[in-house]
Design a protein around this ligand. Structure first.
Ligand SMILES: NC(=O)c1ccc[n+]([C@@H]2O[C@H](COP(=O)([O-])OP(=O)(O)OC[C@H]3O[C@@H](n4cnc5c(N)ncnc54)[C@H](OP(=O)(O)O)[C@@H]3O)[C@@H](O)[C@H]2O)c1
Length: 428
């Protein structure tokens, strides 16, 4: 086990200066650096690697199978200057963790290690000028699932410093393991696919990702998400403060984050969810209109009524069936400025296309493939957490470490934990 020295220094926030592209809003940078004392004191940037070469990990040996716990898996090694090694203390469970093996997707080869949300302590840093230091507590959305070193279902994981957000001392590691992937999906959906400018937020300004994406080398953007990355370049198509947006599946973890970010940017938000169960929390987070999901036809009628049949932006977080319902709430008739209605599906889109509607997915790869985008997003997340502006998802803590992940995924799959994130505790 790594033993950390007791000499503490505060993080050096000014080091981020030369790494941020000029397009970043000035207040955004100020906000990120607002309160360095709110982070756990960091140690000097020396390397403190684990004192052993093997670890426990969960291996997937085939589609349709459970994960197998092994205790002799090699600890992953960092190989690039922007990489760090994290000792994992908590894992947030996402639906994809059981859906991938069940439906045979997202498994590059076998045996494989899965797991997308982790939080823990940095034990090794390659670059001494990295924004993250040994001893920092960080949360990491592990979107780069093709790199087995970065998976969450193991004791140690590799990450890049631009995909690791420092956890403020006001938040626990367990609570912080709950929101990473949901945050990444929400920010990229709203900020890249729909073009919402977060720098306009008064309470905690974020990045204008349309500008950030335009500043990066096109060839560095993976081909399969390139079109989506530039979908919101035409100014008249972009989602702006004051507009209505409907979210179907607002009680999902991703929905809770999307609602909060949309309100921060000044949108009017319609939330479709089980209102008896989740209405109080959604109302507390600023939802403008609550629509019950129990009667989907009625929900479509209510959304059309509230927006006068003029809705132009909608996000579905449930599946193609509810995306098809949401599509019917959109006004696809041509606008004077030539702009369209926009429907984004996180879990699927309608089979048929409606004229006048532009369909979107979320370019999740952009988070780990672009340092500028990743750094802008985790920097903003640090500001949102330190200032308390972003309310964390409710968490159900499961003890038992990696050995309990299979059972916890069964609970998630069963749907009994509703509106909360299951977080598996790996201990110190
Ligand atoms: N494309 C991507 O990169 C990406 C990224 C993140 C997430 N996702 C996807 O987004 C979805 C949500 O993920 P998550 O982690 O945020 O989910 P989650 O927190 O596990 O969501 C659970 C919630 O879904 C709600 N729900 C189930 N069926 C519903 C329906 N028909 N209408 C409205 N709400 C419904 C449940 O509400 P009740 O309490 O009412 O049952 C429950 O509160 C998943 O399918 C996930 O795979 C995709």
């Amino acid at each position: 086990m790594a033993t950390l020295s007791t000499t503490y220094t505060l993080p050096a926030p000014a080091q981020a200066d030369d790494k941020f592209p000029a397009v970043f809003h000035h207040e955004f940078l100020l906000e990120q650096r607002a309160d360095p004392s709110s982070y756990t004191p960091s140690q000097t940037p020396t390397t403190v690697p684990p004192q052993k070469s093997t670890q426990s990990a969960l291996l997937l040996h085939g589609a349709g199978q459970q994960y197998t716990l092994v205790t002799d898996h090699a600890i992953p090694t960092i190989s690039k200057s922007d990489e760090i090694l994290v000792k994992i203390q908590a894992i947030g469970l996402n639906p994809v963790d059981w859906k991938g093996p069940a439906y045979n997707f997202g498994i590059p080869s076998l045996p494989w290690i899965n797991g997308r949300d982790l939080a823990g302590t940095v034990v090794q840093v390659n670059d001494p000028s990295s924004r993250v230091r040994v001893g920092d507590r960080v949360l990491v959305p592990s979107t780069d699932y093709r790199d087995i070193r970065k998976a969450a279902f193991q004791q140690y994981a590799v990450a890049t410093h631009f995909n690791a957000a420092r956890i403020p001392s006001s938040a626990s590691v367990q609570a912080s393991a709950s929101l990473g992937v949901a945050f990444v999906a929400s920010v990229l959906a709203l900020g890249v696919s729909l073009g919402l400018d977060f720098s306009k937020s008064e309470r905690c300004p974020g990045p204008n990702l349309v500008d950030v994406v335009r500043g990066i080398d096109v060839d560095s953007i993976p081909l399969d998400v390139r079109e989506q990355c530039f979908a919101a370049v035409p100014v008249h198509e972009r989602l702006k403060g004051g507009e209505w947006i409907a979210i179907w599946g607002a009680s999902t973890t991703t929905g809770y984050i999307t609602l909060q970010l949309a309100k921060l940017a000044g949108l009017k938000v319609i939330c479709v969810a089980d209102i008896a169960r989740h209405g109080s929390r959604l109302h507390g987070l600023g939802a403008d209109v609550l629509v019950d999901r129990q009667d989907p036809e009625r929900a479509v009628a209510v959304i059309r009524g509230v927006t006068g049949g003029k809705l132009r932006y909608a996000i579905d977080i449930v599946g193609s069936e509810t995306a098809t319902l949401l599509e019917r709430t959109l006004d696809g008739s041509p606008r004077e400025d030539g702009s369209h209605a926009h429907l984004l599906g996180l879990t699927g889109l309608p089979k048929e296309r409606k004229p006048g509607v532009v369909y979107h997915t979320v370019p999740i790869k952009l988070f780990h493939s672009s340092r500028e985008v990743g750094e802008g997003m985790v920097g903003w997340l640090e500001g949102l957490l330190a200032s308390g502006v972003l309310v964390l998802p409710e968490v159900v803590r499961h003890a038992g470490g990696l050995g309990n992940v299979n059972a916890s995924l069964e609970v998630l799959r069963g749907g009994s934990v509703s509106g909360k994130r299951i977080v598996v505790d790996l201990g110190e």
